[in-house]
Design a protein around this ligand. Structure first.
Ligand code: FCB
Length: 458
């Protein structure tokens, strides 16, 4: 017995510019906040940087050929703002030309491009002016979005403004484990608000510009809160975690404004309310055509007896709760494997998002893969992870969630942010010394799922 997906279900794989491109000084590319952050001693495991990553900037044809070999109908990638506008505002035609060639190559092979405009690599020149904490970023981002859209929208229909603003704002400006590495909860909230404004403004402007069949979206990350004990205190801790982790960005995009209790929970930081101006939440609520759902793992949350105790979870201002260690089996990055949470999440989102469809824009697992002497990568655990999560998506569709597609993270092993090159998420193994690509068993498994439009029963 297999689980068959709807006939128009969109299958593909995803990557992000900084994680794969390398060539950080090529063709006039400007410096990005990730170049700066990676140069800070101790910021990235092993002192790794975005060079050479997968050297995709030079090898993109080979990578598009891999997508084709796997039979993947869609490819989600991001454009690098510092390549297109090295100082954040002036267009570099050679940078733009790269994405032009990439899109043409994809289309030549019948692969549908999904463009994400911002996957965390802000031009350093804009960070020097405050980055996402400076309200002017909204105008800058919208200008950049228009430049890329003007160039590609005759061939690209699917546009995503931001990838995971949660990580960009909270991990970058609050926890400091992502670029630009600030540790300021108030700044994180202001940055988050400006992400929402930039998303809404760019969405409105791109909608006005139009394009053949074009559709606009935002991609958010979700980690459902699991309360181990079914009592009021645990349920309340899980609810408050959900508000910041899962609703902070979603609710404004859906036109619900900031979720109940949020402004009160972060009021002691004195940062968010002063940043909100009349009309901002209406802008954030500019309609989208689909919402991208990135899911990797749930979070186990417990209440703390003293409500004033700061939380150990990476959310600005949260108090009175703790995050428990994840439970096995874990992936190599230490994330819990819990496919049931993906089903529950998609069903819950389906209800909350009304008639806005969902696309799983990222899902995958890191394991310490090796190429065997016979040239195969036997990544049995990733095959199991993918199969169980694809069954979870299928189950959610069966329970009424309007899920239109699934994009595996990731096509290639790549630069995994602060983990450097130590976490391999690819369907394709990359030897970073030789840049040799080897399709893993999971890549072949996924190719079969796509060909069959079905996942085998467990
Ligand atoms: C997501 C990011 C993506 C990748 C995966 C593992 O949060 O969007 O770039 O790092 O996690």
């Amino acid at each position: 017995m297999e689980h068959v997906f709807p006939s128009d279900f969109l299958w593909g794989a995803a990557t992000a510019a900084y994680q794969i491109e390398g060539a950080v000084a090529e063709d006039g590319r400007g410096s990005s906040i990730w170049d700066t952050f990676a140069a800070v001693p101790g910021a990235i495991v092993g002192g790794a940087t975005g060079e050479p990553a997968c050297d995709h900037f030079r090898r993109y044809r080979e990578d598009v050929a891999l997508l084709d070999e796997l039979g993947l109908p869609a490819y989600r990638f991001s454009t690098a703002w510092p390549r297109v506008m090295p100082d954040g505002r002036t267009v570099e035609p050679r940078g733009l030309a790269f994405y032009d060639k990439l899109v043409d190559d994809l289309l030549d092979r019948g692969i549908r491009p999904l463009v994400t405009l911002y996957h965390w690599d802000l031009p350093q020149a804009l960070q020097d002016r405050g980055g996402w904490c400076d309200r002017d970023i909204v105008r800058r981002f919208t200008d950049y979005a228009c430049v890329v859209h003007d160039r590609l929208s005759d061939r690209v229909a699917e546009w995503t403004t931001l990838n995971e603003p949660f990580c960009s704002a909270f991990l970058g400006y609050g926890v400091g484990v992502h670029a630009p590495g600030l540790r300021d909860d108030g700044a994180a909230l202001v940055a988050a608000h400006h992400h929402l404004l930039a998303h809404g403004t760019a969405t409105r402007v791109l909608r006005e510009r139009g394009g053949p069949g074009h559709r606009l979206s935002i991609v958010l990350n979700f980690s459902p809160a699991l309360a181990d004990v079914d009592d009021d205190a645990h349920r309340d801790a899980a609810r408050r975690f959900d508000v910041l982790q899962n609703l902070f960005f979603l609710d404004p995009v859906l036109g619900r404004g900031y979720p109940d209790g949020l402004l009160a929970d972060v009021a002691h930081l004195g940062a968010l309310e002063p940043a909100i101006r009349d009309g901002d939440l209406a802008t954030a609520a500019t309609p989208v055509d689909w919402i991208g759902v990135n899911y990797y793992a749930p979070t186990r949350v417990v209440p703390l007896a003293d409500p004033a105790t700061p939380s150990n979870c990476p959310l600005p201002g949260l108090r009175g709760m703790d995050v428990l260690p994840p439970r096995g089996p874990l992936t190599s990055i230490g994330w819990e494997q819990h496919p049931e949470s993906l089903t529950d999440l998609l069903v819950w989102l389906g209800n909350r998002c009304g008639d806005i469809p969902l696309v799983v824009a990222e899902n995958g697992a890191a394991f310490a893969d090796v190429v065997d002497p016979d040239g195969r990568v036997r990544d049995v655990r990733r095959v199991r992870y993918l199969a169980s999560h694809l069954r979870a998506v299928h189950a959610a569709i069966g329970r009424g969630a309007d899920v239109r597609g699934y994009l595996a993270w990731s096509l290639l092993d790549n630069f995994e942010w602060s983990f450097g090159y130590t976490q391999r998420f690819g369907l394709v193994h990359v030897d970073f010394a030789t840049q040799r690509r080897t399709v893993k068993d999971s890549g072949r498994f996924y190719a079969q799922v796509v060909a069959d439009n079905a996942v085998p029963a467990g």
